[in-house]
Design a protein around this ligand. Structure first.
Ligand code: ADP
Length: 205
C-alpha cells in the first residue's frame, strides 16, 4: 500500500518534470472499463490540465436532475449513446472555459465519427498533441465492469456498451490514422501506476 502511494507520487513528479516538454492536448480512447477515467484523473492532476469527461458531465446532469439529465438517464442506463448534438454542445461549451486554454484531456469524447468531426471543427485538425488508446482484453473488461457496481453496469448494459464501442468508437482509431494523426496504443493491463508510467512515456516521447 505505502509503496503503491510512493510509486504514484514518484510517477506524478516525473510527469510534472517533463510536463513542460509534453503536449497538453490529449485524447484518451479505450473501451468501457479500460481505466481511462482513473488514468485521466492522475494525468490531469500532474499536468495541471482539466479532465473533460462527457461521462462525468452527463452523470452530473443526471444527479442534479436537469432537463438534459432526465433525457439522458434512460439512454445511459441502457448503455446506448446520448445524441451527438447534446455531447458536442456540452464539450464545445467546456472547451471555451478559460482553464482549457492551455490544454485538456478528453475522456469518453469523441465516441462517434460525427463527434470526432465536430471536435475537429471546434479545435482544428492539428490541435491534439497525443491520441492514446488504452488496450485491455474484453474478458478482463467484463469482469472489471461488473465489479464496479454502477447503476449502468448490469451485464446487459455492459455487453451493449462494448458493442457500441466496437461499432462506433473503435473506428475512430482508423479515422485519426487515415487523416494523418498518430494514435499510440498503450497496454492497459497492470497496476494503475504501471499503466500511468506507460502513458507518460508515450506522452513524453
Ligand atoms: P464508461 O467509462 O463506462 O465507458 P462513461 O462514463 O464514459 O462510460 O459514459 C457513461 C455513459 O454516458 C455512456 O454509456 C453513454 O451513455 C454516455 N456518454 C458518455 N460520453 C458520451 C459521448 N461522447 N457520446 C454519447 N454518449 C456518451
Amino acid at each position: 500500500m505505502v509503496s503503491g502511494v510512493l510509486a504514484t507520487a514518484e510517477c506524478a513528479l516525473r510527469v510534472a518534470n517533463c510536463g513542460l516538454r509534453m503536449g497538453r492536448h490529449i485524447l484518451l480512447l479505450g473501451p468501457p472499463g479500460s481505466g481511462k477515467g482513473t488514468q485521466a484523473d492522475l494525468l490531469c492532476k500532474a499536468l495541471g490540465i482539466p479532465h473533460i469527461s462527457t461521462g462525468v458531465m452527463l452523470r452530473d446532469h443526471v444527479a442534479r436532475g436537469t432537463d438534459l439529465g432526465q433525457r439522458a438517464k434512460a439512454i445511459m442506463d441502457a448503455g446506448d449513446l446520448v445524441s451527438d448534438e447534446i455531447v458536442v454542445g456540452m464539450v464545445r461549451e467546456r472547451l471555451a472555459e478559460p482553464d482549457a486554454a492551455c490544454g485538456y484531456l478528453l475522456d469518453g469524447f469523441p465516441r462517434t465519427l460525427a463527434q470526432a468531426e465536430a471536435l475537429d471543427a471546434v479545435v482544428g485538425t492539428d490541435a491534439l498533441d497525443a491520441i492514446v488508446v488504452l488496450e485491455v482484453a474484453e474478458s478482463e473488461l467484463v469482469a472489471r465492469a461488473l465489479a464496479r457496481g454502477r447503476s449502468d453496469d448490469t451485464a446487459e448494459t455492459v455487453a451493449n456498451r462494448f458493442a457500441v464501442y466496437r461499432g462506433q468508437t473503435e473506428p475512430l482509431i482508423e479515422f485519426y490514422r487515415t487523416t494523418g494523426r498518430e494514435v499510440v496504443a498503450v497496454d492497459g493491463v497492470g497496476a494503475v501506476t504501471e499503466v500511468l508510467s506507460r502513458i507518460v512515456t508515450v506522452l513524453a516521447s
